[in-house]
Design a protein around this ligand. Sequence first.
Ligand SMILES: Nc1ncnc2c1ncn2[C@@H]1O[C@H](COP(=O)(O)OP(=O)(O)OP(=O)(O)O)[C@@H](O)[C@H]1O
Ligand SMILES: [Mg+2]
Length: 255
Amino acid sequence: MHPTRTLLFTGPPGVGKTMAARWLARELERPLLVLDLAAVMSSFLGRTGSNLRHVLDYAKSTECVLLLDELDALAKRRDDRGEVGELKRLVTVLLQEVDDWPASGLLVAATNHAELLDPAVWRRFEMSIEFSLPDVPQIERLSLALLAPYFADADTWSKVLAYALKGRSHNDIERDIMQARRAAVTSGSPLPDQLRTLVRANAGLTHAEKVELARILYHSEITSQRVAREITGVARDTIRKPEKKNEPVPSEEVA
Ligand SMILES: Nc1ncnc2c1ncn2[C@@H]1O[C@H](COP(=O)(O)OP(=O)(O)OP(=O)(O)O)[C@@H](O)[C@H]1O
Ligand SMILES: [Mg+2]
């Protein structure tokens, strides 16, 4: 049995596809070669076929991890209208290479437009891994990692941010938290002020989520009751009240 030689990473932007390829290369103690197909395509269309072959030949001759980033730039459906013959030839080149990839190396391709890929391309890869947006516990862990070294209240704030930043990518979450830390340093204001601004800016929550967020805020020391109410729109009394029976449930709660 050979180890897996070819991997396909799919998923939305900023969820760790490129990062995972870097991590793999480090774990395997191999150099990582990156070919950004979107960049290659736009600047060298016409010579891309021979350039691509050079890169693939070089990568095959060394024990490395080759990352073909933005694969969709190349591997669009072959029946795409308006697609030129050049693209078709490139796809053919690539498909042959994926089939013949040596077991001494690892070929990783990444795309955030999996739906654009030709089924023939999908099939060629030995393994396909879907990366998704972080769920609430994952956001909490990411926020904690970014805040804990600098901040005593990191535990509680991570729980709050996990709700407030739901639906965002790891990349966005990291950027926003770093921005809040930067703003705290440059303006000399406390970090919680910046984090409250961040939570307010991301209040796209369902009613049930707002109540849950309010519960965390009212039971923690990180905001005053007034601020907890302002952020969530939920009064302290509301979360204390037992559910009334026979009351129509707001539609967003049903969902
Ligand atoms: N799972 C994760 N855990 C922690 N941080 C992450 C994770 N995913 C992404 N990040 C952060 O976001 C940055 C960007 O991620 P990365 O470049 O890997 O995204 P991507 O999935 O390749 O996006 P794109 O499709 O736009 O190329 C990383 O450098 C890292 O700081
Ligand atoms: Mg990437």
